[in-house]
Design a protein around this ligand. Structure first.
Ligand code: SAH
Length: 336
């Protein structure tokens, strides 16, 4: 039921013979950390009983949590109703608390450096399973979550319908009501999905996992590049930028000896010329099945300076949660 939009919920309750005003009450509860209809205390007992027979809540449930001793970042392992598991990470920044949520159990994109894709894709998450990561992590963390990044396990644009429903629900003023300007969706570059996201007309930040400045190198790191090469991807980014007015973010994991040369930096600057964007450089995080090593601090600095010289906005991303394997590309499915 957590996957329903307000209108769908209203239609469902009307068809079950309930009064229209019940939709507002139930919808508000669906955005709170309740685990059963019996906790919806302003509904009559008869209605709570009836709902538990004709519907289910569609929740993800916290199974385990790890707290970083370094920076207080918390990683949650959630179990889903069918026994699949995903992880979410809550981070505190100066401007507020942000959650990184998963959009799929597993992933089929096959990026060479990422742990999340190792076991392949199990399934896409429902909108309700995404929403409940936010709700229950917020309850456990004990502070209001103001930002959401869809950058955990999975490729969100490979589960577009459910992600779109989640986005519409989480921004609905009748529910948890988070601001779209504080939301980011990260993709490996599914061009059709980028256009579909632009079609929602929401001011969400699009983050593109780039990691290479030319097709030959990107083909070897990210199989998706064979289907959507850089020229098509960059065109989609330009369309997204002009449709939403938002600056596009590019993620670039720096891998020693692979994509961190001065020549790569110059190619990257040329690729991004004329696009309102921002580059995040991230030292690649270790994944035990893979043997990529992170670039040296010196190489990262050189790379950044070349980009800056050419007028590209760039930052080196602060790493959170590295001691609990909660950093980018380290999230994976674990069975309980
Ligand atoms: N599928 C989406 C979102 C999940 S990955 C995407 O590709 O964007 C989240 C981010 O972590 C992406 O930018 C991804 O490229 C990056 N990432 C994956 N493995 C990494 C690693 N080992 N080190 C650093 N970043 C990594």
């Amino acid at each position: 039921m957590r996957s329903l939009s307000f209108d769908e919920l209203e239609a469902f309750l009307l068809s079950a013979g309930e009064a229209r005003f019940r939709a507002g009450q139930v919808y508000a509860w669906l955005h709170k950390p309740v685990r059963g209809f019996d906790e919806m205390t302003d509904l009559s007992c008869a209605l709570r009983e009836k709902l538990s027979h004709i519907s289910r809540l569609d929740s993800a449930q916290i199974e385990e949590k790890l707290v970083s001793a370094k920076d207080g970042t918390v990683k949650y392992l959630f179990s889903l109703p069918d026994g699949e598991c995903v992880e979410s990470v809550v981070m505190r920044y100066r401007h507020g608390v942000t959650i990184c949520i998963s959009s799929q159990a597993g992933c089929r994109m096959g990026c060479r450096f990422c742990a999340s894709t190792i076991g392949g894709l199990k399934r896409g998450l429902t909108a309700g399973e995404m929403l409940s990561q936010v709700i229950f992590a917020q309850q456990d963390f004990g502070e209001r979550i103001s930002g959401v990044v869809i950058m955990g396990i999975g490729e969100p644009l490979d589960n577009f319908e459910n992600v779109a429903k989640f986005l519409l629900n989480i921004g609905d003023p009748r529910g948890i009501h988070l601001g779209y300007r504080h939301m980011t969706l990260s993709t490996c570059g599914l061009v059709g999905g980028i256009d579909a996201l632009a079609g929602l007309h929401l001011p969400i930040t699009l983050s593109v996992s780039l990691h290479a400045p030319n097709d030959a190198l990107r083909d070897t790191l990210m199989p998706v590049n064979k289907k959507y090469p850089l020229s098509a991807l960059m065109d989609a980014c330009r369309r997204y930028q002009s449709a939403t007015g938002r600056r596009v973010t590019f993620e670039y994991a720096m891998i020693a000896g692979v994509n961190d040369s001065g020549s790569c930096a110059r190619q990257l600057a040329a690729l991004l010329r004329g696009l309102l964007c921002h580059v995040n450089l991230i030292p690649v995080n270790p994944v035990k099945e893979r043997n990529f090593a992170k670039s040296s601090a010196e190489n990262m600095k050189n790379f950044m300076e070349i980009l800056q010289d050419k007028g590209v906005a760039v930052t080196i991303r602060r790493k959170l949660g590295s001691d609990i394997a909660a950093s980018c590309g380290q999230l994976r499915q674990k069975r309980v």
